[in-house]
Design a protein around this ligand. Structure first.
Ligand code: ADP
Length: 243
């Protein structure tokens, strides 16, 4: 059973159509990148999947069931969500930021400590940083803390919205490598929104291409590169991949 699916979903903002009649089933336990020009509906799609936004038409499925909007907090504890710019809590230490969700889920102290150390080691953060505050870390290190926080409860579903944007190229490369390492060691269903096609091809097994609120193609990177569904995709890919 697919964990995440959209069935004939439309979302309007006033007169603007953010998503239109989207039918999409995401493949379990792989990374799917959602790509497309700015304003094509990528972020709206992620917000629909974690229930931040409700569809005007159609149904959104998470964990194989229609989202129950009466029980969103429970749903969100099961979904890792990392968004560029939604930063860490500045007045909480790194450790407190990472363990926030585990404390909400009432894990015992020993389990929290073990998981925190495991994750910090996984993303290459020195354990001595646990008691630092976010402003005492570089941008790349803060982003790693954000990834640890999103992963703490080991969610089966991970939604990432431009998680590596606003990083310098070297740090981005390093974090992308760690992402691949993490996905190799704890595979989960990941939806990655990115405007960077190279990043999508590097990190994701599957791609969804959006144009003006519609899904224009869904397949592996190779399938889409070899056989773009229309001229829009061909020129979108060319413009992004040609130096
Ligand atoms: P993308 O992530 O691909 O840049 P978005 O999903 O953010 O696209 O936006 C899709 C469309 O919906 C755009 O036209 C955008 O202006 C509009 N939109 C998104 N969120 C809102 C909002 N909260 N209020 C009004 N319009 C919005």
């Amino acid at each position: 059973m697919a964990q995440i699916a959209l069935q004939n979903v439309s979302k309007l903002y006033g007169d603007a159509t953010a998503l239109q009649n989207v039918d999409l089933t995401f493949t379990n336990l792989v990374t799917t990148a959602v790509v497309g020009p700015s304003g094509s509906g990528k972020s709206t799609m992620l917000q629909l999947i974690n229930g931040l936004v409700r569809p005007d038409q159609g149904q959104v499925f998470a964990f194989g069931k229609p989202i129950d909007y009466q029980h969103l907090p429970e749903l969100r504890l099961q979904i890792g969500y990392a968004v560029q710019g939604i930063g860490l809590f500045p007045h909480l230490t790194v450790e407190a930021n990472i363990t926030l969700l585990a404390r909400l889920a009432r894990w015992d102290a020993e389990r929290i400590k073990a998981r925190t150390e495991e994750l910090m080691t996984l993303v290459n953060l020195p354990l001595s940083y646990a008691l630092r505050y976010p402003h005492e870390l570089s941008g790349g290190e803060q982003q790693r803390v954000g990834l640890c926080r999103a992963m703490t409860l080991n969610p089966e579903i991970f939604l990432l919205d431009e998680p590596f944007g606003a990083l310098d190229p070297i740090t981005r490369n390093e974090i992308q490598r760690e992402f691949l390492h993490l996905q190799g060691s704890e595979a989960r269903t990941i939806i990655l929104v990115t405007h960077d096609l190279r990043e999508a091809l590097k990190l994701a097994q599957r791609l969804v291409v959006l144009d003006r609120g519609c899904v224009v193609q869904h397949g592996t990177g190779a399938e889409i590169l070899e056989n773009p569904a229309n001229g829009f995709i061909r020129s979108f890919f060319q413009s992004q991949l040609d130096p």
